[in-house]
Design a protein around this ligand. Sequence first.
Ligand code: UDP
Length: 308
Amino acid sequence: MRVVVTGGAGFLGSHVCELLLDRGDEVVALDNLCTSTVDNVAHLMDRDGFRFVRHDVSQYVDVPGRVDAVMHLASPASPIDYLGLPIATLKVGSVGTLNTLGLARGKGARYLFASTSEVYGDPAVHPQGEDYWGNVNPVGVRSVYDEAKRFGEAVTMAYHREHGIDVRISRTFNTYGPRMRPDDGRVVSNFIVQALAGTPLTIYGDGSQTRSFCYVDDQVRGLVALLDSDHVGPVNIGNPDEFTVLELAVTVLELTGSASELVFKPLPQDDPTRRRPDISLAAEVMAWKPEISLREGLTRTIPWFQAC
Ligand code: UDP
């Protein structure tokens, strides 16, 4: 296949490009580098079938030649990134999704929209299955990401219904691993960087809120399996092992051998209190499940931050 990956130089996107190349696909990676870096794909530049184009998909998208699939991953994804780029985040999830759906339509390509567990907001249902409609504050600070992704899902389904585009929608739950930016502000990167530096680990709130952390290799394997599947409609991709933020902090301290203290900071506005995917649909439609435990994934991730 010849696959266009938007956000191809990002944390997830670069791993997706690599997996696609490894299995023999050609990849055109589009990225405006607003929260990513070409360093993430430097090792792919000389590989046959890989092409990188610096482009903002909120502007008209043209890719010459055949395209078999479009994977729209581009978006600021860390809370501090999308809170700092609110309008760009809304644009890439809305106009960027329209533009890339237009590309898929013009090329007769399959389309995957990378959505997020954030569409569930602060969930009133636990764990979250795809049939849960969510609990999002539409005017809160996080809405720039949540509502952009919700619009993206809606327009993806509209193109399927109106134009017959073959679409997939992934809902990614908290994913971590090598190529996360040390300063991207997410909890896994913050805790590892702080632990390695011997500075206090910053717990927001009392640390009782939960997340379910998925190692990047499991996540990208799931994204590509979803692209290959024949399931139209949203599918959760995440690791259902749920941890409190406090448990994560203690595990990071243990695995890094750090003596850092814990400090408690205010909880950000609309921070979800709990999050855990129901992944039975992913098991059913693409025979996928995560294989890497949190401890194993953190052990593989820590050297990345040591080298940064
Ligand atoms: N968090 C924290 N300390 C940090 C960064 C984040 O306690 O230094 C918390 C944050 O408030 C949230 C959870 O960790 O409850 C996950 O935050 P992250 O930004 O990684 O992802 P989110 O799931 O909120 O998008």
